[in-house]
Structures are given as structure tokens and as C-alpha cells.
Design a protein around this ligand. Structure first.
Ligand code: UT7
Length: 331
């Protein structure tokens, strides 16, 4: 790691983005054959039409590897140029080694620090904020930041209120130290008192209790309560971000939101007085991919959606914990 860059002000700038979605697509119509639901209900309440599901044996680090290599290619960065790997995930391949270590080995970036961040759906925004601080401090020049998930592995496919929501995927960015611009600020929050509203209760030190194992290693969510809290928390973090940067609501070029529910995304866009054409929406085709959703949307916005160098991007996410956060950056 390079520790010699502390004298100048440095930004962490996104040098390249990449993403990956597993091949198999599960449509609302397919779900309607599995549980008592309908395409109309799912579309009207969430905005989701379909989601991707990892193949048997395909793991989070598999998805992460594809996304990482694409981001590295876009950035023109080789594995031996990386100084740091941070992976946001709540569905690691294993308890340990971390998914970041598995990824490091698979891309051949041995020796550099590599670790996971578990902040549920806010994992990528948390990981990005951490990598930003490494680069700003001069502790790293080039960082790989990934959000990768195989949430389908912990969905209860008999539970209609949650199984229609989630999907699998991965997104990645390569950050490089830049003297001109890049990430302008990050804002992270958590409220552990809301731990019971969105969780997967299977534990390690809390024990692999049989009744929990039988209930499945499953996501449980009080959807409506989460919805209301998420809208308020995201409104607040958006305001906080604008204020910290002395910006007005109309100043943002693109919103790249966590993709949990189109109605939540629309509420945040309204708060920012941003037309939906300036919001990257992927929830219709990806569902909620937790940590992967923001970098997946960012990559889509960059490759197909018209995000240009020099534009001001606001990234935000909300997830279990509760956790939430934002990042404002000049792309
Ligand atoms: O990424 C982490 C953060 N997560 C989120 O931000 C998710 C936040 N929550 C949500 O997006 C929404 O709350 C949901 C999409 C999960 C649910 O939408 P809702 O409008 O809050 O519906 P609800 O839970 O209040 O349920 C309304 C009705 C219920 O029936 P009754 O009691 O009114 O008869 C549910 O049983 O819809 C029923 N329902 C369904 N019906 C058909 C629940 N799930 C389904 C379903 N198909 N899949």
C-alpha cells in the first residue's frame, strides 16, 4: 500500500464500472405458478417484472468476479495495480474466508487488503465510503469496490410477501486517486433498534438453532414498516448530502438509488425534484439485489443510460439493520 500521498488533497474517482447478472430469468408469471400472487400485484406494488437467479453452484464470488473483471477492463486497471478490495455482501459464499478474499484469489490480486462489509442492502454504499477514505488518506491509490449477492439462496419460496422481491447479481467499480474530482462526500447511518423489522435470523454465535434452521435461513420483513422508514430515512440522507455540499435540489444530474421498490425510488426523486428520466431504474428487470443494486444500476447508467463524465451523481441505499447512506460524486 502506498502511504506517501498524504500531502495533497485527493479524491476517489470512479475509473470504471462493471456488472453481471446470472443467466436465468424468473418472471412474475413464473412466480404466480409457485405462490398465490400475480403479475399485476407485483408490478403495481413494487415495479418489478423479472429478476435473475443464480444457477445451482453459482456463488456470490462467481458473480463478483465477472463484475470486477468488467470494471477493471473499463478502468484499464490490472490486478497487480489494485491496492484494496472491499466487497459489500450479505450472502457471502462462506462465513470465512470472506468473499473479498475469495475474489482476490480469483482475480490474482494477492497480498493487498481484502475484506467484506455486511450492511445488508446498504453494503455497496458502505464499502464505497470505506474505500473513499482509504484513497483520501493516501493509504490506497486504486481500489476495487464490489456489491454482490445471491439472495435467492435465502428466500422462502413459499412466502409470497418476500419471494417476489429479490434477485441475484453483482456490480463493481474501480476507484482511482484523482487530484481534480471524484467522490465529494459520503453519509452513513444505522439504527439497530429496528433490527427485527428486516432480518435473516439464522445465527452463528446466536446458534444454529433447529427451529430457525427448519424455518430456513430465510429473510423476514415487515414490508410496510420498512417502506415507511426507508422513505423518511432516504429523504433525510438526501437533504443531508445536499446541505453538506451546499447544493440545491435541482443540482443533481442523476440519482442512482437502491432498487427495492419503484414507489420508494419515485418518492426520493420527488424529494430531489428530479424527473424520472434522470433516475436510473433497474428494479423492473433486476428486482432487489441488495448490495448489488446500486453498482448494477450505476453500470447500466454509464454503459447505456447516458451518464457522462463531469456529471453529478447521487447514490443512496437502505437496508436491514436498519442501515442507510449516500454518496455524492462527480463522475
Ligand atoms: O431493500 C431493503 C429495504 N426493503 C424495502 O425497502 C422494501 C419495503 N417494502 C415494500 O417494498 C412493500 O412494503 C412491499 C412490496 C414488500 C409490500 O407492499 P405493500 O404495499 O406494503 O403491501 P402490504 O405488505 O401492506 O400487503 C398488502 C396486501 C396484503 O393483503 P391484505 O392483508 O390487504 O389482504 C398482503 O397479504 O397484499 C398482500 N400481498 C400480496 N398479494 C399478492 C403481500 N404480498 C403479496 C403478493 N401477491 N406477492
Amino acid at each position: 500500500m502506498n502511504e506517501s500521498l498524504t500531502s495533497r488533497r485527493l479524491y476517489a474517482r470512479i475509473a470504471g464500472t462493471g456488472s453481471y447478472l446470472p443467466e436465468r430469468v424468473l418472471r412474475n408469471e413464473d412466480l404466480a405458478k409457485m405462490v398465490d400472487t400475480s403479475d399485476e400485484w407485483i408490478l403495481a406494488r413494487t415495479g418489478i417484472s423479472e429478476r435473475h437467479i443464480a444457477a445451482e453452484g453459482e456463488t456470490t464470488s462467481d458473480l463478483a468476479r465477472h463484475a470486477a473483471l468488467r470494471a477493471m477492463q473499463a478502468a484499464g486497471v490490472r490486478a497487480d495495480e489494485l491496492d484494496l478490495i472491499v466487497v459489500g455482501t450479505t450472502t457471502p459464499d462462506l462465513i470465512f474466508p470472506s468473499t473479498a478474499c475469495l475474489l482476490q484469489d480469483r482475480i490474482g490480486a494477492w497480498g493487498i487488503p481484502a475484506f467484506d462489509v455486511n450492511a445488508a442492502c446498504s453494503g455497496f454504499v458502505y464499502a464505497l465510503a470505506i474505500a473513499d477514505k482509504f484513497i483520501r488518506s493516501g493509504a490506497a491509490r486504486t481500489a476495487l469496490v464490489v456489491g454482490a449477492e445471491t439472495l435467492s439462496r435465502m428466500v422462502d419460496w413459499r412466502e409470497r410477501s418476500s419471494c417476489v422481491l429479490f434477485g441475484d447479481g453483482a456490480g463493481a467499480v474501480v476507484l482511482r486517486a484523482d487530484e481534480d474530482t471524484g467522490i465529494l462526500s459520503t453519509h452513513l447511518h444505522a439504527d439497530g433498534s429496528k433490527k427485527d423489522l428486516l432480518r435473516n435470523p439464522v445465527g452463528v454465535s446466536a446458534g444454529f438453532r433447529e427451529h430457525e434452521r427448519n424455518a430456513g435461513s430465510r429473510i423476514s420483513m415487515a414490508g410496510n414498516d420498512v417502506f415507511k422508514y426507508a422513505v423518511k430515512a432516504l429523504d433525510a440522507v438526501v437533504d443531508e448530502t445536499l446541505e453538506a455540499n451546499a447544493l440545491g435540489r435541482g443540482d443533481i444530474d442523476w440519482l442512482i438509488p437502491h432498487q427495492a421498490n419503484l414507489r420508494i425510488i419515485a418518492a426520493t426523486a420527488k424529494r430531489l425534484e428530479l424527473p424520472m428520466e434522470r433516475v436510473v431504474v433497474t428494479v423492473d428487470r433486476h428486482g432487489n439485489t441488495s448490495s448489488a443494486s446500486v453498482p448494477l444500476a450505476l453500470d447500466e447508467g454509464v454503459r447505456r443510460g447516458g451518464i457522462r463524465r463531469g456529471q453529478l451523481l447521487l447514490l443512496e441505499a437502505f437496508g436491514g439493520g436498519f442501515t442507510w447512506g449516500s454518496a455524492l460524486l462527480r463522475y
